[in-house]
Design a protein around this ligand. Structure first.
Ligand SMILES: NC(=O)c1ccc[n+]([C@@H]2O[C@H](COP(=O)([O-])OP(=O)(O)OC[C@H]3O[C@@H](n4cnc5c(N)ncnc54)[C@H](OP(=O)(O)O)[C@@H]3O)[C@@H](O)[C@H]2O)c1
Length: 336
């Protein structure tokens, strides 16, 4: 008896479901249509962003940054790599350049190179940003300058991809100092004059290594997401004051940091990278800077976190450690 009552109620449920089947099907169809619409809008937006950030800037005529932002550009970590290339590209756009890093000789070489190519002034200021008390000296060196562009470029990575506990405490301190502290202190120093003049641009070098948290680059990747968040929120605070803050997120670029990997379409040399990245400044406040890095960032964001972590440890670590052999502490400290 109980079984047939159960059977009856089961049949009633099935009948009810069948009666409402059309409605349920319609609801699912509506959900499907909404999801498809979301995907279409998202794809159209991504395409629009790709054209705006990677195509339009290539076609746009070079701008005179001196008129647009101010007379001087300050570049940290300017003696080589990405920083040196930013200094050259900014000089190409009419700006005088203040170059900062540790090595007097390397800075002088870049300054001479710039002045021989462009009709601009340069100044050099040798400084070790690992010294916390350097900022007063830096501030007085900059006090007379009308600074229109600040490139917070200085930064270091581990010497190879490695687990957190195998990195020395000294190196971890430097990673936090150079990637975070220097950006914050230089911005605190220079932003007020930009706000007063209602113009200026601050370019902060974040990294593709923070599209997701990256094991074996843990402290570096976390430091670079700090730079990205810092730039985005600060940009919102000060855009009404005419100051643009841009977060730049390169993947691999052939520099000393990556042991001068052979350049290719995925790993541009610093000049090629910066030529692309700087052109994006009037178009976006956040960029991977180079078209193939844009594609890597797009796919990097899509990969589920567990797969990203797994592939970092099992694919990225062997590749990096093959191309970028371990440097001794002495080599990485070396100032030529
Ligand atoms: N290369 C890449 O694949 C890549 C990828 C993503 C993000 N980035 C970021 O891009 C930025 C530049 O990277 P890069 O590859 O051009 O680096 P790099 O070739 O190693 O150059 C680093 C620059 O920083 C200076 N520097 C190092 N330690 C310093 C200190 N304690 N005080 C003052 N200056 C110091 C160096 O000059 P001195 O030796 O004369 O001091 C040099 O000019 C970094 O923030 C990095 O994290 C690079």
């Amino acid at each position: 008896m109980a079984a047939s009552v159960d059977q009856l109620s089961f049949n009633a449920i099935i009948e009810e479901i069948s009666r409402n089947f059309a409605t349920i099907r319609d609801v699912f169809a509506l959900l499907g249509a909404l999801y498809a619409a979301k995907c279409c809008i998202q794809s159209a937006y991504n395409l629009y962003r790709a054209v705006k950030v990677y195509v339009l800037p290539k076609l746009w005529p070079k701008q005179d940054f001196r008129t647009k932002y101010g007379e001087w550009a300050v570049v940290t970590g300017a003696s080589e790599g990405i920083g040196r290339s930013y200094a050259i590209e900014l000089a190409k756009r009419g700006m005088n350049i203040m170059l900062m890093s540790r090595s007097h000789a390397k800075l002088e070489k870049v300054a001479v190179e710039i002045e021989s190519m462009y009709d601009v002034q340069t100044k050099i200021f040798p400084v070790d940003f690992n010294n916390h008390d350097c900022y007063e000296r830096v501030e007085s060196a900059l006090s007379d300058l009308d600074i229109g562009v600040l490139v917070n470029n200085v930064g270091i990575m581990y010497d190879r991809l490695q687990y957190f506990l195998t990195v020395s405490s000294e190196r971890l301190k430097q990673i936090v100092n150079l990637n975070i502290m220097t950006t914050v202190m230089m911005t605190r120093m220079i932003l007020p004059q930009m706000v007063n003049r209602k113009r200026g641009a601050i370019i902060n070098l974040s990294s593709g290594a923070c599209v997701q948290p990256v094991p074996a680059m843990t402290a570096y990747s976390a430091a670079k997401i700090y730079t990205d968040y810092f730039s985005r929120a600060l940009g919102y605070e000060y855009y009404k004051d005419g100051v643009v803050i841009q977060s730049v997120q390169p993947f691999y670029v052939s520099t000393r940091m990556t042991n001068f990997m052979k350049p290719n379409f995925l790993v541009p040399d610093a000049d090629t990278y910066v030529d692309h990245a700087l052109k994006t400044l009037p178009f976006t406040t956040r960029t991977f800077g180079y078209w193939s890095h844009g594609l890597m960032g797009f796919f990097g964001n899509l990969i589920p976190e567990w797969l990203f972590f797994w592939s970092t440890i099992n694919i990225n670590v062997p590749i990096w450690n093959f191309f970028v052999p371990e440097r001794s502490d002495e080599q990485s400290k070396k100032v030529d």
